[in-house]
Every structure is written in structure tokens, then in C-alpha cells.
Design a binder for this molecule. Structure first.
Ligand code: DX5
Ligand code: ZN
Length: 221
């Protein structure tokens, strides 16, 4: 099993001082910054574009930035985020016409490609391209908002995805996003996830480190 990664989602951070929020959550034990990009088209919400990713790099952020594109179409923004300092770039397969081409584009631009599956999208649907990915991200809420409840049937999907990744022999991170809390992270890890996006559980707390310590404790118990 690969090591566990906690990727704090800054969706519920204070955007008026985003750089400091990133510093604080990384110092508190976050491993990479998860940046949720929403276009009010693919999802019913609007967040930030590549300028904000670039601004975080200019500010001095060194940690990996895990860009989660909830936009349609994807190719132009893949290019813009690669230029703006993204590390991982993940997108939803139903947001592009030419899935293989968009994955290749991420790779050609020097970033790590990931695919994101909404709760109702079967894991088997991306079987042909699994070997081209660095990350498979399973949504455990319907995308668009922080603070929603974990969709329980995603646990079975995680098990299926874990089996598929292990059988492939490729090193693909299995990330989960939505409703991850101190109380359920151990079950989610048990189901096979190794990379955990955590938003409101961290950013609604006063002490980010206390929450991340508790998350990590649950992972090692
Ligand atoms: C939802 C986003 C998530 C979200 C996670 O569309 O992709 O990253 O911010 O937030 P929590 O942990 O609050 O569910
Ligand atoms: Zn996300």
C-alpha cells in the first residue's frame, strides 16, 4: 500500500487570505492543496480559475497543487492550469469529447493526469485508460459544494477501484473527495483509498492541526 496523503480542499477556506490559509493548513500536516475549479456549467457553482493557482505559486507555495476541474470543456483550462503551476490535473470524463486526448494533453504539459468519477459513474467505464493515469478520484458527493454528506455506496466503488488498480500493476493514486471526516476516514481507507480530500472538516475548525492529527491517527490505528 502506498503512503496516505491528506489533500485539504480550500473550497471552505477564507478566500480573502488564501495564501495564508494554504500555509497554515500545510504547516498543520496537509500534504497537498486541493483546488476546486467550478464553472457554473458542469456544476452549479463558480469558484476560481488559473490566475488564483498562479497567484499561489507567486506567493511562494511549494506544495503540490491538486487541481480538480469541474468544468466543461476541459482542454483550454488544462493548458492554462499547467502554465499556472498545477501538479495534478484531474477532470471528469463526461466533460470532454476525447478522453484519451485530454489525458495525453495533461501528460504532455508535464502535469499528472487524473480522472474523476461522479457517484453514479461506474469504475469500469475508465478501464481502458487506467494505465495512463496518475490518479483516479472517486467523488463521494455530487460535485459543486463543500459540506455535503458522504454517499455510502461509494465504499463499494472504492473496493472495486482498488482491485482494478492493483490488478493493473500501475501506480495510480486512489483519491476520494466529499464528506470525509474524522469519523469515517478509517472506513474509507479500509475500502482502498490512499489519498483523501478533506474540506469542511478542516476549515470549519479553529485548529486545523488538531483535525489533521485526528485524521492521521485514524489512518494509522
Ligand atoms: C466538491 C468538491 C470537494 C469539496 C470537499 O465538489 O470537489 O473538494 O470541497 O469538501 P467537503 O470535505 O466539505 O465535502
Ligand atoms: Zn474536489
Amino acid at each position: 500500500q502506498q503512503e496516505f496523503i491528506i489533500a485539504p480542499s480550500v473550497l471552505n477556506a477564507n478566500f480573502a487570505r488564501l495564501g495564508e490559509e494554504c500555509d497554515t493548513v500545510l504547516a498543520a500536516g496537509g500534504d497537498m492543496i486541493h483546488l476546486d475549479v467550478m464553472d457554473n456549467h458542469y456544476v452549479p457553482n463558480l469558484t476560481v480559475g488559473p490566475m488564483v493557482c498562479q497567484a499561489l505559486r507567486d506567493y511562494g507555495l511549494k506544495a503540490p497543487i491538486d487541481v480538480h476541474l469541474m468544468v466543461e470543456p476541459v482542454d483550454a483550462l488544462i493548458e492554462a492550469f499547467a502554465k499556472a503551476g498545477a501538479s495534478y490535473i484531474s477532470f471528469h470524463p463526461d466533460a470532454t469529447r476525447h478522453l484519451d486526448r485530454s489525458i495525453e494533453l495533461v501528460r504532455e504539459l508535464g502535469c499528472r493526469p487524473g480522472l474523476v468519477l461522479n457517484p453514479a459513474v461506474p469504475v469500469a467505464s475508465i478501464g481502458q485508460v487506467l494505465h495512463k493515469l496518475d490518479m483516479l478520484l472517486l467523488m463521494s458527493v455530487n460535485p459543486g459544494f463543500g459540506g455535503q454528506a458522504f454517499v455510502p455506496y461509494v465504499l463499494d466503488k472504492l473496493k472495486e477501484a482498488r482491485a482494478m488498480i492493483d490488478a493493473s500493476g500501475h501506480s495510480v493514486r486512489l483519491e476520494v473527495d466529499g464528506g470525509i471526516k474524522v469519523h469515517n476516514i478509517a472506513d474509507v481507507a479500509q475500502a482502498g483509498a490512499d489519498t483523501f480530500v478533506v474540506g469542511s472538516e478542516i476549515f470549519s475548525a479553529d485548529d486545523y492541526k488538531a483535525v489533521i492529527d485526528r485524521l492521521k491517527t485514524r489512518l494509522t490505528q
